[in-house]
Ligand binder design. Sequence first.
Ligand code: AKG
Ligand code: FE2
Length: 277
Amino acid sequence: MSLVDTANQLDSNFHNVPIMYMDMKIENRKSPNFKGYSPLLSGNNDPNGAGDLQEGFEFGWEPEISQDSNESRNEDGVMAGANVWPSEDVAPGFRERALRYYYAATGLGKALFPIFALSLDLSEDFFDDKTQHSAALMKLLHYPPQTGPVDDRVIGIGAHTDWECFTILWQEPGIQALQVLNANKEWINAPPIPGTLVINLGDQFARWTNGVFKSTIHRAINRSGVRRYSIPLFFGTDYNVKLEPISSCVSPERPPKYEVITAGDYVKARLQATYNH
Ligand SMILES: O=C(O)CCC(=O)C(=O)O
Ligand SMILES: [Fe+2]
């Protein structure tokens, strides 16, 4: 089955989850790393915005389905922490399908690193020792339709860049919502194309390459009149790895642009800023 078909299958299950009423026991603010359920308007990706008109459910790596989901990995440092799931009564089969798509999509995420290493004239295994632990978060998002008077500061998800290296984004077929800011500062629609996924570059990759690759500014607005779902997978380098610029990307003309911190500290700081606004 193709990756997109696996996502479509998860989507059909996800539509049946009464996600609007997810148990507030699994609210993301109760988890050290914001795993679990984020209610409408609880996050704010654009500091000039007044809250994102979406709700979501976020989870990360965990051992294969048959094992205990409570295991957390020491290597994840500040980002260590178990997933939290809605109960099987509320969402039968949801965890299993979500993890099935997660594992398939992380396989694609991992395959992107050698391609980008080659594009930077590095050996293709350059990122291998930095991507041992699937530092990857998946988010299932629901955007209610936006109708009526519009406050420009409240949209589905405000203008932002993603935080990791690559985002692999599945979008609800047939609904235009995602927009990308081009070099002329114009918003360009990025409609779903059947059978495809969107790949966005994120801040960690801009940091690795000292700005040679840029993270894409994007936003989403659902004015379709119907609910929209999307599923990003944010895939970065291991949380305990320092985001140090690749030496060939630093020169007297291109001095280091970013303070060096670990990938985990970076993601954690961004999560805190987004949900504790
Ligand atoms: O829903 C979308 O299309 C975009 C989601 C997104 O940008 C994000 O979650 O970071
Ligand atoms: Fe994003």
